[in-house]
Design a protein around this ligand. Structure first.
Ligand code: Z5A
Length: 212
């Protein structure tokens, strides 16, 4: 295996358990002597985190679905250039809480933004850089929303969306997993956290140094 690192993205609807899984995977990979960089989208660098705050905050001014898409990609462009590519070149495993599949699912399937526009922007922003593996944490929308509501914090603009929006997002994600089964692996997120972590680890084990 080359010295270049591995790029893993975590996806799923709100409350699926991505942040919890990211921390668990970090522990498991570090225990195997790997360097791990945990990051998230939108965000991950100081400028991209500022863009995150702008796109997620509940403000008085309406943000169109296209403007939202462009803001996601603006943050991604900064994140890819200043964090993801350098970390991978340095040999780290990058675990990213959401990436372009989130734009496909939320802005594409959820809000109806033209899929071709999303693919053109993806190509412009990150060319042929795609995660080596994407773990799609799937669970029923009601379970995800219940978990997310239990969490502390004021919430964000997406939390104002109704159940039907999250059903479209979930269906969009499942369609991505069906279209790209080698990259996008489904993990049943309704299981207990330890089980989710073990199954997720199994789904990336072939990428470990020395794996067949
Ligand atoms: N967004 C977008 O529209 N387009 C894009 O291109 C990108 C993003 C990149 C912010 O993302 C919003 O940005 C997001 C989509 C949009 N909005 N929504 N929805 P985010 O990832 O930062 O926000 P989030 O999806 O709301 O994250 P989250 O709610 O924090 O979910 P999570 O990270 O998947 O879950 P968690 O924090 O690990 O767990 C949630 C709770 O459940 C917590 O209390 C845990 O202890 C509990 N939990 C976790 N796992 C389990 C299991 N297995 N069993 C029981 N309970 C569990």
């Amino acid at each position: 295996m080359s010295a270049a690192g591995r790029f893993i993205s975590l996806e799923g609807i709100e409350g699926a358990g991505k942040s919890s899984l990211a921390r668990a995977l970090e522990v498991m990979l570090v225990a195997r002597g790997l360097t791990v960089k945990l990051t998230r989208e939108p965000g991950g660098t100081p400028l991209a985190e500022r863009l995150r705050a702008l796109v997620l905050e509940r403000g008085a001014e309406r943000i169109s679905a296209e403007a939202e898409t462009l803001l996601m990609f603006a943050a991604r462009a900064v994140h890819v250039e200043n964090l993801i590519r350098p970390a991978l070149s340095g040999g780290a495993w990058v675990i990213c809480d959401r990436f372009t599949d989130a734009t496909r699912a939320y802005q594409g399937a959820g809000r109806g933004v033209d899929a071709e526009l999303i693919e053109r922007l993806a190509h412009t922003v990150h060319g042929n850089l795609w995660p080596h593996r994407t773990l799609l944490l799937d669970l029923p929308v009601d379970t995800g929303l219940t978990r997310a509501r239990r969490r502390a914090g004021a919430g964000d603009r997406f939390e104002d969306e109704d159940r039907r929006f999250f059903e479209r997002v979930r269906a969009g994600y499942l369609a991505l997993a069906a279209a790209e089964p080698a990259r996008v692996r489904l993990v049943d997120a309704a299981n207990a956290p330890d089980t989710v972590a073990t199954r997720a680890f199994d789904a990336i084990a072939d990428l470990l140094p020395g794996a067949a």
